[in-house]
Ligand binder design. Structure first.
Ligand code: ADP
Ligand code: MG
Length: 341
């Protein structure tokens, strides 16, 4: 559905050229949800703007549904853009227009629809996002979550195949975020729409993403299935974004009632279990085989999209041999571990 090849983009700032995207390559199969994460200034928004050519790349290919958007005329581009819906962090609604008119806007701009068609399409969209009674209200009377639902209805009214989202839930509280993510997932599943989204919230990636790219300094530094990247990040920065943030949370919590003792006979590990292994008595197997003892300091069961996972912060105690044996048993059993100390 999306194929980005050798994408470069620079801006000129006060006479200096700043390379903002550097040889970006990725593919997103139709129907998947693709998350792009990274620090502020990494180039995420620029990348998403390149996907519908709101920003024109310096070079490279942006192939959406088989068509390279960089190689077509502006008229053809206008047609192709109808295949691409966009939602924004601050919703970008027109405050002087009703919800009905906001949602209808893309069809009105398009010009090819009569009143009855527009009315039916708006009603269908408002129903999809759960706002069928809001047609005559104005944006000012809506909550943030409702405004984003309007944004989603407007983005989908042209029946796009691809939805782009730039921090669509960043201005929302956690509960509203969860309900918007549920809606996006429902749209993804019901309508089969491919979604590419930017977020700095790990929760978003966990809940709805199939694949994820980590971008830093305009380069993709890590790319893979959400389960792999979230549970076993390879790059230092990804680890910082994901593992350390999580681990720090664990440690802070645990340290309130538990004193760590750093010595050669004790190792603190963060274990991850994915899929089937999540529900097996792996720790007792490890303890028996390696003759080590363990205390579970913190645990979590969750899901990354559809895949169940468990994470445990475990302190093992045993001789150095026991500890390295424990690690090799875990590797054999498919338990991934990060050594904290
Ligand atoms: N229109 C622009 N003109 C000049 N520089 C820009 C423009 N848009 C973004 N930049 C610069 O490009 C870099 C990446 O920005 P952006 O893509 O917005 O990052 P992110 O969304 O990851 O925070 C930043 O250094 C930013 O200042
Ligand atoms: Mg941004």
């Amino acid at each position: 559905m999306i194929k980005v090849k050798n994408l470069y983009k620079s801006y000129r700032n006060q006479g200096k050229t700043q390379q903002v995207l550097n040889d970006i390559n990725f593919e997103v199969p139709a129907g998947q949800v693709f998350g792009i994460i990274g620090k502020s200034g990494a180039g995420k928004s620029t990348l998403i703007k390149c996907l519908n050519l709101l920003e024109r790349p310096d070079s490279g290919e942006i192939i959406i549904d088989g068509i390279d958007l960089t190689k077509i005329t502006s008229n053809e581009l206008r047609v192709q853009r109808q295949q691409i819906g966009v939602i924004f962090q601050h919703f970008n609604l027109l405050n002087s227009k009703t919800i009905f008119d906001n949602v209808a806007l893309p069809l009105i701009l398009h010009g090819n629809h009569d009143k009855a068609q527009i009315k039916a399409a708006v009603q269908e969209m408002l129903q999809l996002v759960g706002l069928e009674d809001f047609a005559n209200k104005y944006p000012a009377s809506l909550s943030g979550g409702q405004k984003q639902r309007v944004g989603i209805a407007r983005a989908l009214i042209t029946k796009p195949k691809l939805l782009l989202s730039d921090e669509a839930t960043s201005a929302l509280d956690p509960q509203t975020t969860a309900s918007i993510l549920d809606l996006l997932l429902e749209i993804n599943r019901k309508l089969g729409i491919t979604i590419a989204l930017i977020t700095h919230e790990l929760e978003v990636v966990r809940k709805i993403c199939d694949k994820v790219a980590v971008i830093d300094g305009g380069r993709i530094i890590e790319l893979g299935n959400a389960v792999d990247v979230l549970l076993h990040p390879r790059e230092a920065l990804t680890r910082k974004l994901i593992v350390e943030e999580e681990t720090d949370k664990y440690l802070e919590n645990v340290q309130q009632f538990y004193q760590f003792e750093k010595n050669a006979n004790r190792h603190l590990l963060l274990l991850s279990f994915v899929g089937e292994t999540t529900y097996q008595p792996l720790l007792s197997i490890v303890a028996k085989e390696a003759n080590v003892e363990f205390s579970i300091l913190r645990g979590e069961l969750g899901r990354i999209k559809d895949t169940p996972f468990g994470q445990l912060l475990v302190e093992f105690e045993g001789g150095e041999d026991g500890l390295s044996l424990a690690k090799s048993v875990m590797t054999r059993l498919g338990v991934h571990y990060e050594t904290i100390y």
